[in-house]
Ligand binder design. Structure first.
Ligand code: SF4
Length: 431
């Protein structure tokens, strides 16, 4: 009887691409992959540690899995495992903890593992994290997350990622092209290029991000690419012009702002000003007026006054991005922000989140409503809900249409008919 393995991802797209790769290794090794709620002999968790809440979620998940599968092997890797391996190792039921440098050995270590009273821990200091765990996702969704870069050297004042993921590093373009070909062979049509500081690609190979995009653009069978996120100081004119020209690179950008106040950006140790940020958005809009622009914003960073927040709000209201990802400041141990004065009370931070959410809802509605009455291309996904199938246009408007098996994982021409309260656009498939 095959051993059953369940895989649990917390956090970002990168974690998702890595857990999908680990799952393939177990399946190729003769294990049976089972769903997250099914009985398992082995449970593999790829953890996140972006906030204190993320750590707590992981601890709760471990306890739940142990209750459900008391004899199962529980293996934990990822950013929480890198930052606090012994905290995790002490939780009942945990058998092995691997930091991000050892993630690539997880399959081998679990296969060799002998259950014992004490959890095995494989971890190292963040400055020693040098290995690149190659990863891309297949089989789980209609698009694949392709990991092109890992780690970050920026050390923004509120962020622990450098300590969790180590220095910026990447795989050679030639190897990534081979991985994209494997994704195409698996039948997937869309790739999301992902990393920690994706635009910083090339640190360890001396190659350029734009050259990676050009090389991937030539891969047959992949019809669409999205860039998961890119820093404002790294999205060059050349990258924007290339995406505008390329039929494959979608008009969809995710560019973290964090604050619209130059004072706060300086304290955050971000590498751009609000004017530079606005300039990037205007450059994109000048070549791709229909582009979807997603923006990350942090409220309540130490020292943020009402006037600073107003600058953030007014900048965004003026630039009219398509959607805001809003985070209340979360103090992370070991970061410079912990030592900073003028902490913002959490109720004020929460109020500022609510004000930006209101703005984001209005901006997102306005952006999606513009598509009504137009014809678009949509890649429909396999999930059916209420007799409807769902998918996304190139510029990331979510679309629904009556379920049609023949349209799944195909790029269809549609007429956009009307918008609903979720900002989903009802469409009619034309071809
Ligand atoms: S660029 Fe992003 S990942 Fe890197 S330190 Fe700053 S916030 Fe963290």
């Amino acid at each position: 009887m095959k051993q059953r393995v369940s895989f649990h991802t917390l956090g970002c797209k990168l974690n998702f691409s890595e857990i999908s790769t680990l799952a393939r290794q177990f399946e190729e090794g003769g294990f049976e992959r089972v769903g997250v709620n099914e009985p398992s002999d082995i449970c593999v968790i790829n953890s996140c540690s972006v906030t204190e809440h993320a750590d707590k979620k992981c601890r709760n998940l471990i306890r739940k899995l142990h209750r459900r599968n008391p004899d199962a092997i529980i293996a934990v890797t990822g950013c929480y495992a890198q930052l606090k391996p012994y905290e995790i190792a002490q939780i009942e039921g945990v058998d092995i903890v691997l930091g991000n440098n050892d993630k690539g050995d997880l399959y081998k270590r679990v296969v060799e593992l002998k259950k014992s009273a004490r959890a095995e821990v494989y971890s190292c200091h963040c400055e020693e994290i040098t290995r690149f765990f190659a990863a891309f996702s297949t089989g789980d969704r209609t698009r694949s997350f392709l990991k092109v870069q890992d780690g970050c050297d920026y050390k923004c004042a509120y962020c622990t990622i450098h300590y969790a993921r180590g220095s910026s590093r990447n795989m050679p373009i030639a190897d990534l092209v081979e991985e994209a070909k494997q994704v195409a062979k698996s039948g997937l049509k869309e790739i999301v290029i992902t990393g920690i500081n994706t635009g910083d690609f090339g640190r360890t190979t001396g190659e350029k991000f734009i050259d990676l995009l050009k090389a991937l653009n030539e891969v047959e069978g992949v019809e669409r690419y999205r860039i998961s996120s890119i820093e404002p100081n790294l999205i060059t004119d050349e990258i924007i012009e290339f995406c505008a020209r390329s039929p494959k690179f979608q008009h969809h950008f995710h560019i973290p702002l964090q604050s619209g106040s130059d004072k706060i950006l300086g304290m955050m140790r971000r590498r751009y000003t609000s004017a530079k940020y606005a300039d990037r958005i205007e450059k994109i809009r000048s070549l791709m007026p229909d582009a979807f622009i997603g923006v990350d914003v942090i409220t309540g960073f130490p020292g943020e006054t009402e006037a600073d927040f107003r600058q953030t709000y007014d900048l965004l209201a003026g630039l009219k991005p398509s959607f805001l990802h809003i985070f209340p400041f979360s103090e992370r141990p070991g970061t410079p922000a912990v030592e900073m004065a003028d902490k913002v009370p959490s109720y004020i931070s929460t109020q500022r989140v609510a004000r930006l959410e209101e703005l984001s809802n209005a901006l997102h509605y306005e952006f999606c409503a513009q598509a009504v009455g137009t014809e678009q291309e949509v890649l429909f996904e396999s999930t059916m809900r209420g007799g409807m199938m769902y998918g996304y246009t190139g510029n990331y408007v979510r679309v629904k249409a009556p379920y049609d098996k023949t349209a799944i994982n195909r790029i269809c021409r549609v007429r956009m008919l009307s918008i609903d309260e979720h900002n989903d656009v009802l469409a009619e498939v034309l071809a």
